[in-house]
Design a protein around this ligand. Structure first.
Ligand code: FES
Length: 63
């Protein structure tokens, strides 16, 4: 099994995880598993916690 890798874009703030990501509830039950997910770190996404590309309106494109 290969560890997931995380890349935090220092310009946009987006947080990209390369590998499998389990989404869990408060009890730790897996609700959904997705591959290669990008989360919002800029606060502008309308689809939080995922990045929807809205950061491109405010910062230079770097990812
Ligand atoms: S990092 Fe916030 S919309 Fe992409």
């Amino acid at each position: 099994m290969t560890n997931a890798r995380i890349y935090i874009n220092p310009v946009s703030g987006s947080i990209k995880i390369i590998g499998a990501v389990d989404f869990v509830d408060a009890e730790g039950n897996i609700l959904e598993t997705q591959e290669n997910v990008k989360f919002c770190g800029c606060g502008l996404s309308k689809d939080k916690p995922k990045c929807d590309g809205s950061h491109r309106d405010k910062v230079a494109k770097k990812d």
